[in-house]
Design a protein around this ligand. Structure first.
Ligand SMILES: *Cc1c(COP(=O)(O)O)cnc(C)c1O
Length: 511
């Protein structure tokens, strides 16, 4: 079976994996989906004996059907190496009766590293395979973590440029500092006056603007996307769900074939979609629990089949999940529509014209394994605190949402299925908010002290908070944090949404 990729919005001829990776978005504005989901080729008991890298090869190979074994193994080796500070790459921690799958041991201490450390290599390999001469320009809208992880992944990769747009007031200070200090002559970070959805919409518009495309092509460039819509990000994310299952098997925590639940703190719907692909490959999964913060569009969608983004956009302490339009959901809608591109296109057109669409009950049957749930700020903080007090384990505010949603689900349903919680960021990345949950008085005193001293900036207070987190959690500060304490600021651009295309041209030296 040779898997190809077709668009969710038209019946145009399917393309190879390498083409889909280069392209990012399909020319008609749709998302690429595999023509079939392959089954795992070996029994889970056998896969359980493999290293992360070897397992990655087994899981990804059928999806990347036009890559040779050597090409794919080479990409995997370059990605999953000493950049990760844990030899397991994605270790699994059992705490308080749940399994936290730590996806934050890469270069930028958030789960985006899992896919973005391999995507640049998949892309460069794809360019070579397709005799692509033009320089690849990655345009990315980020709600915080993607931006830094993409910049780190692409920094100084020959034949590539990367430009990241982030909402000026929608990311944490640490996240912003991480982006603004990124090295690499081919990297640029731009703050925009708007929110994440504005940035994402504007980036999508640039991709589908033929005049802009021609303009940069004349200078030897072509756009591509590193956002989670790229199948080169989706496919590597399937690996760690299979890996988590294998680790449970190895520990004897489950028997081969026994089902698990997976809970994912969700924003753009990429991470949880990868879990769903793992299930379709044959991973025994009972429930996929889609956890949202107070921007609960997906919770309402899974409860009633109505996707409605007509509501206030809320800034929360889990900013990477502050999203009202979850792009990857289109792939699930396509499946629910019986792979009918015409129907999918019409739903997406309704979304952009009216801000909502509604699926029929029959369509919703196609994803009955999904459950949505959301947690308020207060529930999130209470859950983080409780876990810390009971077990000494500290989780970040995104993982906290999944934690709170799962704990409530387990209590309400009595479901005792072993449950993996995707732990998507290191608590160090959101130390401010995390300490607000586990040690509010001390955190407040540090912030107040910072303000009083005058000479101490907010940033210095941030680093004092990090020291406190290290002390309370008994863990060592990750290298990614140590690095930004002293790294110089390299990126200072700010622009309006309307000026984003001009800014891109300016960065590329086109005028
Ligand atoms: C991106 C991100 C998420 C959301 O993941 P999606 O794939 O967009 O659903 C959750 N937590 C953290 C820390 C993230 O960076």
């Amino acid at each position: 079976m040779n898997i190809l990729y077709r668009s969710t919005r038209s019946d145009a001829a399917p393309v190879t994996a390498s083409r889909a990776i280069l392209q990012g978005l399909a020319p008609d504005g749709g998302l690429y989906v595999p023509t079939a989901i392959p089954a795992l080729e070996k029994p889970l008991g056998e896969l359980a004996g493999l290293s992360y890298r070897d397992l990655a090869y087994e899981v990804m190979r059928p999806f990347l059907s036009d890559f040779t074994e050597e090409e794919l193994r080479d990409c995997i080796c370059r990605a999953y190496d000493e950049k990760f500070d844990d030899p397991a790459i994605a270790p699994l921690e059992e705490r308080g009766g749940a399994y936290y799958l730590e996806l934050f041991h890469g270069a930028t201490i958030a789960f985006k590293d899992m896919a973005l450390s391999i995507l640049p290599h998949l892309m460069v390999t794809s360019a070579k395979k397709n005799r692509e001469e033009q320089e690849i320009v990655i345009l990315t809208a980020t709600s915080g973590d993607t931006g830094k992880a993409a910049m780190a992944g692409f920094a100084d990769v020959p034949g590539t440029r990367i430009i990241v747009f982030y909402p000026k007031d929608g990311v944490s200070r640490i996240q912003e500092r991480q982006m603004r200090t990124q090295r690499g002559a081919n990297t640029a970070a731009v703050a925009i006056r708007g929110n994440f959805d504005d940035a994402q919409t504007a980036v999508k518009r640039m991709f589908s603007d033929p005049a802009l495309g021609e303009r940069i092509a004349a200078h030897g460039f072509r756009f591509s996307s590193a956002n989670s819509i790229n199948i080169g990000r989706l496919v590597p994310q399937i690996v760690y769900y299979v890996y988590a299952y294998c680790q449970l098997l190895r520990r004897g925590a489950i028997a081969e074939g026994e089902k698990i639940n997976i809970t994912v703190p969700t924003g753009n719907f990429g991470n949880i979609l990868a879990a769903d692909y793992a299930k379709q490959m044959g991973l025994p999964v009972h429930r996929l629990i889609c956890a949202s913060n107070e921007n609960r569009v997906l919770t309402d969608f899974f409860a009633g089949g109505v996707y409605d983004k007509n509501r206030p956009f809320l800034l929360t302490s889990s900013p990477s999940m502050d999203i009202l339009v979850s792009s990857n959901l289109e792939r699930l809608v396509y499946r629910a529509a019986g792979e009918d591109a015409e129907k999918t296109r019409s739903f997406m057109e309704q979304l952009s014209s009216e801000g909502r669409y509604e699926l029929s009950p029959e369509m919703r049957q196609a994803f009955a394994e999904f459950i949505g749930g959301c947690a308020t700020e207060a529930e999130n903080f209470a859950g983080i605190r409780e876990l810390y007090e009971n077990t000494g384990y500290v989780i970040d505010t995104h993982t906290g949402i999944a934690n709170a949603v799962y704990r409530r689900y387990a209590k309400e349903t009595g479901d005792t299925t072993p449950t993996v919680i995707a732990s998507t960021a290191s608590p160090y990345k959101f130390a401010n908010a995390v300490l607000g949950a586990i040690a509010p008085k001390e955190a407040e005193a540090i912030l107040a002290g910072g303000a009083r001293d005058g000479e101490k900036t907010g940033e210095l207070a941030d680093f004092t908070l990090i020291d406190l987190l290290s002390k309370l959690s008994g863990t060592k500060e990750p290298a990614a944090i140590t690095d930004i304490r002293t790294a110089p600021i390299r990126h200072s651009r700010v622009c309006d949404i309307a000026d984003m295309p001009e800014t891109v041209l300016e960065i590329l030296g086109i005028n």
